[in-house]
Design a protein around this ligand. Structure first.
Ligand SMILES: [Zn+2]
Ligand SMILES: [Zn+2]
Length: 142
């Protein structure tokens, strides 16, 4: 983990936090539309300090997920569970992306035909991800 800074395209939303060097790529249909042809590249972050939070607009595309964008420039900022703090940010917002690599790909059954898998990254399907989500949801109720 390293202390890094980042911002949206217009600069209204800036942040700092301890970020991982590994990137998770989500190929689901929602992420493809959300990012304009993604996957969505998520980097784990802790101690996230967000400035310009009033410019962050949240969109609920599912019953559990929340997608945050900058209200001015539309930049993808983060995906998180509803009612929880964000644990990741979009990799492309970081000012310094040196040494980072994609280690995990999810919803790979939805990966665009024109996109190649990342070498060495773990591959997880929709069914595998929904099994993890159900486990997580069950854990939240107890
Ligand atoms: Zn912006
Ligand atoms: Zn996704």
């Amino acid at each position: 983990m390293a202390q890094k800074t980042g911002q949206c395209l217009c600069g209204a939303v800036t942040f700092r936090g301890n970020t991982a060097e590994t990137i998770l790529a989500c190929h689901c249909g929602q992420c493809q539309r959300w990012t304009g042809g993604g996957p969505y590249y998520a980097v784990r972050v802790s101690d996230l300090e967000l400035s310009g939070a009033e410019m962050v607009r949240a969109y609920h595309a599912s019953e559990w997920g929340e997608r945050a964008v900058c209200a001015t420039c539309g930049t993808t900022i983060y995906w998180k569970m509803q009612g929880k703090p964000p644990h990741s940010v979009a990799a492309g917002l970081l000012d310094d992306q040196s040494g980072m690599r994609v280690t995990e790909e999810i919803f790979v059954d939805y990966r665009a035909e024109w996109m190649s898998p990342f070498e060495g990254a773990t591959q997880s399907t929709e069914a595998q991800e929904y099994a993890k989500l159900e486990e997580y949801m069950a854990g939240q109720k107890t």
